[in-house]
Write a protein that binds this ligand. Structure first.
Ligand code: XIL
Length: 381
């Protein structure tokens, strides 16, 4: 897993396969033996083929249990997307549940799949307060380790994980969700061990040492809306830049809900891009109310149209901003979505672009249409 990733040029070669026009990815690095391998074909009207025309990567979060076992799921992952993110397989609790014993199998399988299918990988995530191994912390806010032990553990983790995947990861989410919705730094084990937010700069510096070619991202939710949180992260990025900390991008998770309105996403993408950052939509889903509930909230018959509109507008916001290099829905089939299991509102769901049987919904078709009409968008290069 140590081969450097190759930049994939815009889909160039076309071939008529089985009567269907298909694009094949073509790599630019001529002498590399892997680049010379024939690439798998994917449909000319797939999201990935359409997005490649403006140099945008369309990604998906991938469920490690379905990949390779569920045929339809696996085929859609390969055909529709040009970037993949492990939904869970690269999180600390998964890779080092037992201290000092690393388990890379699931993540390695995803990286191999991506390589075979000419996809780039978003690494998610090195530092977070959730899904930590129990030996480190059960809640992200308390630990039995000393401050020095916490610091050493983070350094070791970043080097171990990034070295394992060195050259295979396009974008790493180095720090995930360090601020709360009021724009205050979360008082996590990291914050406490460092006595402040200094851990963020250290994490980025270590990450850059471990894999100097990876694009290093800060990733969070609700950055889509202008407000205390988005402003706090903006100030953070400015200050990291002033300290010459190697940060290259800001990930906007994009967990939207028709209940809360559509955010001023494009202007937020623009202001972070103006700081010299790449930006990306990293975990998009658009949930809505799916059933009448006990307190008798009526289901809005217009909700599916609102969802299509949110999907379309968030993709267009990314397309309009040249620094927006990837657009990643957080999975693609409603039966695999984290939404119904996570949000306390039991009606929340239907958040993805394929239904529970993995058939494309209207939400898929609006994305496809927007990409088909995106020829005038700036090329990402
Ligand atoms: C979620 C996964 O989708 C779930 O399967 C898991 O149980 C919890 O985490 N923000 C993130 C992602 O950065 O890692 C989260 O993924 C969703 C919210």
């Amino acid at each position: 897993m140590r081969r450097p990733w190759l930049p994939l040029a815009v889909a160039t070669a076309t071939a008529l396969l089985g009567g269907q026009l298909a694009f094949a990815g073509s790599a630019t690095a001529g002498s590399d033996p892997v680049a010379a391998k024939p690439s798998p074909a994917y449909p000319a009207d797939s999201l990935r083929a359409l997005a490649a025309r403006v140099g945008l990567r369309i990604g998906t979060a991938v469920n490690a249990d379905e990949l390779g076992t569920n045929e339809k799921y696996t085929q859609i992952t390969a055909e529709q997307f040009s970037s993949v993110t492990a939904e869970n397989a690269m999180k600390w609790a998964e890779v080092e549940a037992v201290r000092g014993t690393y388990t890379w199998e699931k993540a390695d399988q995803l990286v191999a799949f991506a390589e075979k299918n000419r996809q780039l990988v978003r690494g998610h995530t090195l530092l977070w307060h959730n899904q930590l191994p129990a030996w480190l912390s059960t809640d992200g806010y308390t630990t039995t380790l000393s401050n020095d032990e916490v610091k050493a553990a983070l350094k070791e983790h970043i080097f171990a994980q990034m070295r394992h995947f060195k050259g295979d990861i396009w974008q790493w989410d180095v720090v995930n969700e360090a601020f709360d919705d009021n724009g205050q730094p979360r008082q996590t084990i990291w914050y406490k061990a460092w006595g402040g937010t200094g851990y963020i700069a250290d994490a980025f510096r270590w990450a850059h040492q471990a894999d100097p070619r990876a694009l290093l991202f800060y990733n969070d939710y609700n950055l889509e809306f202008t407000g205390p949180k988005s402003n706090a992260v903006y100030e953070l990025v400015k200050s990291l830049k002033a300290q010459r900390v190697p940060i290259h991008g800001v990930g906007f998770q994009g967990h939207l809900s028709t209940q809360y309105g559509y955010p001023d996403l494009q202007s937020n993408l623009e202001r972070f891009a103006a700081l010299g950052q790449k930006v990306a939509l990293t975990e998009v889903d658009v949930r809505t109310l799916t059933k009448p509930d006990a307190v008798n909230v009526p289901v809005d018959a217009l909700a599916p149209y609102a969802q299509e509109s949110y999907w379309s507008r968030s993709l267009k916001a990314c397309l309009a901003v040249r620094a927006c290099i990837s657009f990643t829905p957080w999975g693609f089939g409603d039966s695999y979505s984290w939404v119904p299991g996570w949000f306390s509102d039991p009606q929340a769901g239907a958040a993805l672009i394929y239904d529970e049987q993995l058939n494309p919904k209207g939400q898929y078709h609006v994305l496809q249409q927007d990409l088909a009409l995106a020829a005038g968008a700036p090329h990402r290069g």
